[in-house]
Design a binder for this molecule. Structure first.
Ligand code: EPZ
Length: 416
């Protein structure tokens, strides 16, 4: 396994090109199952999760090539199945469920099981498919879903679910009749998926609002699109500028996807200017301690909670960080403490008391965004920080050590 070795204390300065969004690319790849033929996706990031989705699709018979463009040919789907050994490494595999049932009338998808940040059930996905007429059975850890043809339904989500909205939106495209999804997720990745489904011939209205309406059609045709920029990667680099006392210019961004994060970073004392697809961010001396509560888009995203907490460890006072989406997304707290952070946990709220500086130490990544927060801590800490188990990081950050080195970080990937 690899680890990252970071010599901290260096302010970052320079330009970072933001990659395509993992959480936009994954549902787009799954949507290729809805239409036979060749789908082409531009700006797909080179990440571990993307490769996992490629393997999953290949296992079903959908070949894919990922050169400058990703091309997926879903003309010959054999076994509509997502096996446990793949699903357990990437929960987003569940996104093939809706398309397979809608297009092929049956699917056998492993239950994802728990993960580091929470139980993360898929009951809302399954309940929605049942409301659309699918027979759902659980068998030896697998979901067996069958439907001659899904029918439109009025579905209200008990709570906002991003992949639940995406799964049912895809399933509804080929259903008989109209489906209404209420309390739907409004994330940019959901809107990007809806745009692509419409390019394939689907009839969808209201994506990006709490109520999405899908009028089923008989067939979809393959198309192409460009993956939107990764708002969480961008937010992570903005936090890197803040925590190191530097200034970064991010290009290839969508600032409108990042407004809640930008607002909180400005409250934390940073200077941030957004124009077109560029965000310029600079630290301004001491960091203000501000409170954050994670909520669905357009509010502050849970995927930025760990990175923002790293910044708050150097705050001027006390920051209360409430994690309202996942029940166990504070695994990074124990590791940040090893870097000298002063953090107490009170249920789903972290009390972060700012310290003068962090000190380098060996730390261990536990999940994707926790590993990003440890890298940020290491960039600011005096001395050397080693981050192990960075396969978590490789799931969602393209060439992170190259991008950071290019703006002055003293960081290297070494074989453990
Ligand atoms: C998506 O996960 C993202 N993953 C996550 O990003 C992100 O943290 C999350 O949305 C929240 O924004 C992808 O898009 C691939 P949810 P998802 O369904 O869809 C509960 C990353 O770092 N819930 O919106 O799995 C669930 O337990 C990853 O890139 C149910 O109870 O999240 C959670 O508490 C991590 N039953 C809440 O809803 C369900 O059927 C929100 O989960 C579905 C969800």
């Amino acid at each position: 396994m690899d680890k990252l070795v970071i010599e901290g204390g260096v302010p970052l300065h320079g330009e970072v090109k933001i990659s395509g969004a993992k959480n936009a690319a994954l549902p787009l790849m799954a949507s290729a199952l809805l239409a036979q033929g060749s789908h082409r996706f531009h700006n797909v990031p080179r990440l571990r999760d993307i490769r996992t989705m490629q393997i999953l699709l290949k296992n079903m018979g959908a070949a894919s090539e990922h050169d400058k463009v990703m091309e997926i040919d879903a003309s010959r789907i054999g076994s509509p199945e997502a096996p446990y050994d793949l699903v357990k490494t990437m929960r987003a595999s569940v996104l093939v469920l809706g398309p397979l049932v809608a297009k092929y009338g049956h699917a056998r998808v492993s239950l994802p099981g728990g993960c580091a940040i929470g139980a993360r059930p898929i009951n809302l996905h399954l309940k929605g498919l049942e409301q659309m007429g699918a027979d759902i059975a659980l068998d030896h850890g697998y979901v067996i879903a069958r439907a001659r043809r899904l029918r439109g339904a009025r579905i209200t989500f008990d709570q906002v679910t991003v992949t639940g909205t995406e799964n049912l939106m895809m399933a509804a495209c080929l259903a008989d009749g109209t489906t209404t999804l209420k309390n739907a997720a409004r994330e940019p990745e959901v809107c990007a998926l809806a745009d692509y489904l419409c390019a394939m011939g689907a009839r969808i209205e209201g994506a990006g609002t709490p109520t999405v309406t899908v009028t089923g059609v008989d067939e979809l045709r393959p198309s192409s699109c460009t993956v939107i920029p990764d708002r969480i990667e961008a937010g992570t680099y903005l936090a890197a500028a803040g925590i190191t006392g530097g200034s970064l210019r991010l290009t290839g961004c969508r600032p409108d996807h990042l407004e809640a994060v930008i607002q909180k970073l400005i409250e934390a004392g940073m200077s941030i200017r957004a124009e077109g697809d560029v965000i310029e961010a600079a630290a301004n001396g001491r960091i203000n301690s501000v409170n954050v509560k994670t909520q669905p888009f357009p509010a502050f995203p849970t995927d930025m909670q760990a990175q923002f907490m790293a910044l708050m460890t150097l705050g001027s006072g006390v920051s209360l960080i409430s994690e309202k989406i996942f029940e166990n997304r504070f695994m990074h707290v124990l590791e940040l403490r090893r870097l000298g952070a002063d953090i107490d946990l009170d249920g789903r709220t972290a009390v972060v008391r700012g310290v003068k500086h962090l000190s380098g130490a060996p730390v261990m990544a536990t999940d994707l965004r926790a590993s990003a927060s440890l890298v940020l801590g290491g960039l600011a800490a005096k001395g050397v920080t080693e981050v192990t188990r960075i396969y978590h990081l490789d799931r969602g950050y393209e060439c992170i050590e190259k991008k950071l080195s290019a703006v002055g970080a003293r960081i290297a990937r070494v074989k453990e």
